[in-house]
Design a protein around this ligand. Structure first.
Ligand code: NOJ
Ligand code: CA
Length: 570
């Protein structure tokens, strides 16, 4: 990361746009319908609890650790926090395999700790969003244990997808579906008589049986779970696998099971994105609104709805469904001006047309961190591109999510030895492709050596995943002291989002600044430009930028750099 003081205070200059002409192909890209709700333009910080802050020295992050660090998040300037699952779980998929949805796993604390965290957030004016996982549960969940003990055809089995196998003796799975974590989507059980029997469906690991949402008992149970956490003061839910839940009623074979496994995306149209799922989001939205009607506080539903196109995603954020759905097409975009412009354009057009806003995200606990992802074959380019991408994301209309460590400029850790890898993807596929431990390394807070303040100095246990020595350059302590760091870039950008009236505008207009430069105006008076090329280009606006992702002298936009200018456009 550059060391120069590239962050400039707002309002120093009032430059005018130059050297630009409106992009012929592009236009003012949609205007959002007027709407209200704190979530519409919120910036939410994702806390991967296990790796955020360990208060008791067992090497695993916990809820008390999150509470202690809330002032840090307030200082960064985010509007709220999303916590990854902290519920009772055997941790086959680090909490996405839930055995009790209404209790805190002892490794993360208890309900008292949760209550203290709610109070801490309330005190600082931070919203608190918790994860919910309705597609599947843990094989340790009492309902699944009861299903295993019960007979084929029982109501206990009807809560899941149990089916007889194919072949002469039922030795073949009921269909050919494969899962994005690798391997077949079915596992055969041993019945009470000791013989191999039925199969059950799991779209992730064997330890994550899928619920059968065609059974009304599942919807009832989840409404109870939502109310349990709403009654404890949460401001909303992040919904895991929000395009899942329902499967094609006949469970027919997939046309291309290898592709379903290979792409690591929800592509099997028989297993994902069934029309019935939208009824669930309407029911959940009604519950949120019931709570809002009581106390005036808006609740948020944000879905992880991975579907092939922005237009399909837009269906999830219709006015009576989810408030937000993560827009992963930007996250999946390569460092390429044309590609990025296309996905931004589609998002703003298709999603904003519903009256919702786009929910931008560049990093999360499932993806290679931007610093490494954008590096390609040039590791030096990674940090500069990641910083530029962040500044672009924060200039766009809508909401944004920041994943812990993004503000520290953390790179992906790629050299964990095999025996330390915990991701079930690795254990199911035997391959490192797509494994997620490298973006989940415990946060470096301070000091020059592990545990870098993640655990107390005298902690008896080491962090659950080892932190590399080079994390010393990325501790919160270091980046706070360096005004040229990622941390200050995020903080200044978040402040500008709050204070500049231009951020009230929901429309963007593209400016034509040549093939390598993505440039847009936000409302009337803010220009954001990103140079995707390899050499400097003339800046689209005269004068010093308000903020830039790297050294940015007036009149020039260096390679792999983004900047914002306040302008007068007349
Ligand atoms: C998506 C979550 O983000 C991921 O971490 C998890 O493994 C799967 N859903 C299964 O719950
Ligand atoms: Ca702990």
């Amino acid at each position: 990361m550059v060391k120069d003081d590239h962050v400039r205070a707002p309002g120093r200059s009032s430059p005018t746009v130059r050297r630009t002409s409106p992009d012929r192909s592009a236009r003012t890209t949609t205007s959002l319908l007027p709407g209200k709700g704190w979530w519409r333009a919120a910036v939410i910080y994702q806390v991967y609890v296990r790796s955020f802050s360990d208060s008791n020295g067992d090497g695993i992050g916990d809820l008390a650790g999150v509470r202690e660090r809330l002032p840090y998040l307030k200082r960064l300037g985010v509007d709220g926090v999303w916590l990854n699952p902290f519920y009772v779980s055997p941790q086959h998929d680090h909490g996405y395999d839930i055995a009790d949805h209404c209790a805190v796993d002892p490794v993360y604390g208890d309900l008292e700790d949760f209550a203290r965290l709610v109070d801490g957030c309330r005190l600082l004016g931070l919203k608190l969003v918790v994860d919910t996982v309705p597609n599947h549960c843990s094989s340790w969940h009492p309902w699944f244990q009861q299903a295993l003990a019960a007979a084929p055809g029982s109501h206990e089995r009807a809560r899941f997808h149990f089916a007889d196998g194919r072949g002469e003796t039922g030795e073949l799975p009921p269909n050919n579906w494969r899962v994005m974590f690798g391997g077949p989507a079915w596992t055969r059980v041993v019945e009470a008589d000791g013989n191999p029997g039925q199969w059950y469906l799991h779209m992730f690991t064997t330890e994550q049986p899928d619920f059968n949402w065609r059974n009304p008992a599942i919807a009832e149970e989840f409404e109870r779970i939502l109310r349990f956490w709403l009654d404890r003061g949460v401001d909303g839910f992040r919904i895991d696998v929000a395009a899942g839940l329902f499967k094609h009623p006949l469970l027919p074979d997939s046309a291309d099971p290898e592709a379903d496994e290979r792409t690591r995306d929800s592509v099997n149209p028989l297993a994902w994105n069934q029309p019935e799922v939208h009824q669930v989001w309407r029911a959940w939205r009604a519950i949120c609104e019931e709570y809002t009607a009581r106390d005036g506080r808006d609740r948020l539903l944000v879905g992880e709805a991975s579907v092939p196109t922005p237009a399909q995603q837009a269906e999830y954020v219709r006015p009576d469904e989810l408030h937000q759905a993560f827009f992963f097409h930007l996250l999946h975009a390569p460092w390429d001006r044309e590609h990025v412009q296309r996905v931004v354009d589609e998002a703003v057009r298709d999603i904003a047309a519903t009256g919702s806003t786009v929910t931008w995200v560049l990093n999360n606990h499932d993806q290679v961190r931007t610093v490494s992802r954008f590096a390609g074959t040039d590791p030096v380019a990674g940090p500069a591109r990641a910083a530029a991408a962040a500044l672009l994301m924060l200039a766009l209309p809508g909401a944004a999510y920041i994943y812990q460590g993004e503000e520290l400029g953390l790179p992906e850790v790629t050299d964990l030895p095999d025996e330390l890898i915990t991701d079930p993807i690795f254990h199911r596929t035997g391959s490192r492709t797509g494994i997620r431990d490298g973006c989940r390394i415990p946060m470096p807070w301070s000091g020059g050596h592990a545990p870098f303040g993640f655990s107390p100095d005298d902690a008896p246990a080491r962090p659950w995943l080892p932190q590399p020595e080079h994390f010393a350059a990325h501790t919160a302590e270091r980046v706070l002291a360096d005004t040229g760091s990622f941390w200050h870039l995020y903080r200044e950008a978040l402040q500008l989002r709050r204070t500049m009236p231009q951020f009230g505008a929901d429309s963007i207009r593209w400016l034509d600044c040549g093939p390598d430069v993505l440039a847009l105006t936000r409302g009337d008076g803010l220009v954001c430009a990103v140079n995707f090329g390899v050499g400097p280009v003339p800046a689209p606006v005269d004068g010093a930028p308000l903020i830039a992702s790297g050294p940015c002298p007036p009149g020039v936009l260096p390679a792999a750099t983004a900047a914002w200018w306040a302008t007068t456009t007349s």
